[in-house]
Design a protein around this ligand. Structure first.
Ligand SMILES: CC(C)(COP(=O)(O)OP(=O)(O)OC[C@H]1O[C@@H](n2cnc3c(N)ncnc32)[C@H](O)[C@@H]1OP(=O)(O)O)[C@@H](O)C(=O)NCCC(=O)NCCS
Length: 188
């Protein structure tokens, strides 16, 4: 059975939830403000990607995926819901004998280096393991992305391999280090 009720996880520093299409302004602003620093670690984007309309469209898709149980695109918001602080996406959820998904994340430029991302991803993982009941979370990074490597290590992810020419990032096929985290519950 999928978890279809929108999560609302409140911690001292943020509210972790899933955005509805009508809340697109929050993520639109986040991507505009973080455009320059995210560009080197994300797929190449055209100008349309940075419009509010296209964000509404992507939220319709991601909200549908959430309802279908194939993705949980978490956002961390300020308590008053006026600002998006970080994103933490669990995508490509496959059930059956695999029970796995991929993890991707980024934190707002003003909150990098504050431990916020660690708290956000930790809360997201807890939800994915305890409520969605997945067995494995996979997360991959480019070898030079030390911040991402450090974050995954702190979260307990283990390196499982190295994939050459794995993802097309900023217009170039890039090698990635492959990692995963297993659900500590032996029944899952
Ligand atoms: C990768 C990324 C999410 C890591 O974010 P981050 O802020 O470094 O991660 P953390 O939340 O674990 O914070 C760790 C830092 O906070 C510091 N920190 C400060 N207060 C802290 C606290 N209360 N608790 C924990 N750490 C704290 C740590 O010392 C560490 O800083 P340092 O690396 O300078 O020593 C961020 O760099 C980012 O958004 N990058 C662009 C997108 C990206 O690369 N995504 C991943 C693609 S694979």
């Amino acid at each position: 059975m999928f978890v279809t009720e929108i999560p609302s996880i409140k911690t001292e520093r943020f509210l972790l939830t899933v955005l509805r299409p009508e809340e697109a302004e929050l993520i639109h602003k986040y991507y505009l403000e973080n455009r320059n620093r995210l560009a080197p670690v994300e797929p190449e984007r055209n100008e349309d990607f940075y419009t509010l309309d296209s964000w509404r469209g992507r939220l319709i898709a991601s909200y549908t995926n959430f309802k279908c149980g194939t993705a949980v695109n978490f956002v961390a918001l300020s308590h008053d819901r006026s600002k998006m602080l970080a994103g933490c996406n669990f995508t490509g959820i496959v059930m059956g004998p695999l029970r796995a998904c991929y993890l991707g994340y980024s934190v707002d430029k003003d909150h990098e280096g504050t431990g916020l991302m660690f708290e956000v991803v930790s809360a997201g993982i807890k939800h994915i393991f305890e409520k969605v009941k997945l067995h494995r979370i996979m997360a991959n990074y480019m070898p030079e992305n030390e911040r991402s490597a450090n974050l995954l290590k702190k979260l307990g992810f283990e390196r499982e391999g190295f994939a050459r020419s794995y993802l097309k990032i900023a217009g170039r096929w890039r090698d990635h280090v492959l990692n995963s985290l297993l659900n500590p519950d032996p029944e899952l």
